[in-house]
Write a protein that binds this ligand. Sequence first.
Ligand code: BEZ
Ligand code: MG
Length: 574
Amino acid sequence: MISSERDARVRQLYEQLVEIEQRMIPTGLHVFGRAAELKEKADLLRVVASFDRPEHGARSLSRLVAEGLRITGYEQLMQEASPSETKQLIDTIVRESVGRFCDAGGAVAVEYLIDRANVDREEAVTTFGVLTNISEQLDSNHEMESLARSLRGEYIQPGPGADIIQNPSVLPTGRNTHAVNPYSVPARAAFARAKQTTEALLRRHLEEHGRYPRAMALVLWGLDNIKTQGEGVAQALWLLGVRPVRDALNRATEIEIIPLAELNRPRMDVVMTVSGIFRDLFAPTMALLDKAVRRVAELDEPLEMNYVRRNVLEHRNATAAGFDDAITRVFSNAPGNYGTNVNFMVMQSEWKDAASLGDLFVTRKSFAYTRDSQGRVIEGREAPELMNDALSRVEATYQNIDSFEVGITDVDHYFEYLGGISKAVETRTQSRPAIYLSDSLSPQTKIRSLEETVRLETRTKTLNPKWYEGMLQHGFRGVAEIENHVANTFGWSATADAVDPWIYTEISNTFLLDDAMLERLSQLNPHSVQSLARRLLEAHERGYWNPDEHVLEKLREVIVKLEEKLTRVRAAEV
Ligand code: BEZ
Ligand code: MG
């Protein structure tokens, strides 16, 4: 290997290590009514302090340090993915100041920043004032009290729904979570952020495939769009090349076309599958998205610059579809229904071939929410033929990940949605789409492929001793969580073939082939250990990994031994 190649490889490895190291991961579970015993409070506060908080007139610690040290080009520096000495210097000072804050309080931290980095006193006091508030609220908990109040039918204070990093005013917990006014979505800030994410997404596709995707499929969730005030929605609008326009009552009900000269790229065609929760919360937003597609399809623009128009024409030339049908892009469940059921099929191992998972997704999610040319509302008309047609042109699927708290292997919903639609696309196009996720919270608005995200989640959670030991503190439930993560990881094999075989190997090595660990887990929760072993065997049977025979033997042995143990337990109970 020539030395420049070697240097590049070492640098790449270093960047990956930094990425894993800097990732915020929740350790352990929340216990209702108990204040967070945060061993990682300093880590959490540091991430909170890495964002400007204009609502409190507070700026991020790293920005204050950079200014104090007279470092120029701060914005540019933060956008860079690769580490640099300057960035490390800022990071070290910020880390130290938050450490001192946790040990000795705000005043000490402020003095440190002034001494070490010449930070403006007033600004430092403001930022640590915000951190002091958050820190105090983390130490208190009103959940039990609020539960009792609610059972007595008494008033409960409202509070916004988000995670602590996005919006620290979610604290204290134990309040009545309220959402957003759907007409305010997307918020201006969300629309501005979405531009960067969308550009990064298209850039990545262009780099990997040499052109833009013919069409894309997006997953939109309700809770995500509450937390981000509509970042996912804003991304869809950017892809189409339109911006929301507010009416006299400040409601986002209209759209404005961004001229091609300003957009500087073709308008993307996007198929949007929205969750049942989104449908229930964001009816005006669905109308806005539908209107955006219609308006873009009507534009008199060259086909190579307007993929919606191109695809709509193609659809109409190939079938008898009218314009109203051919522009249908917003799909959800039948009214009153939720979810794709793909997760249940996978969890219960009740599927013959992967194509059936994609078909199930379409069966559940192919209800069109649109308006006809007369503006009459169509709410949930079953239209699998229209969805199939739209999906048959998709080359990339995408979902916005907005939270530090819940990642793609924490719950089964990511693979049921993004995995489900990707499989549906694959069987309809005979080609696996590129599958992307964003990490819109990181300052660099990173886009990752699904495979990269699965690897990152596996390294930072499932295989990370810090994560699983945190879970094991919770005994029975903790083992169930580990098993859940493995099952959710398996879901990404089933729907999207996105899990490297080494991941299954390392999971077996860590949890089942290590005798001491196996014993510990089996004591805490033999049921989940048995399911874990069964899942790994299923992964082998379905061709996702091919371990040595002695590994398979061991897995089978674990299942049999635990079955004997569980039988004895059941017998003892009767
Ligand atoms: C949603 O927020 O829309 C959602 C939440 C959980 C599962 C699926 C969707
Ligand atoms: Mg659930």
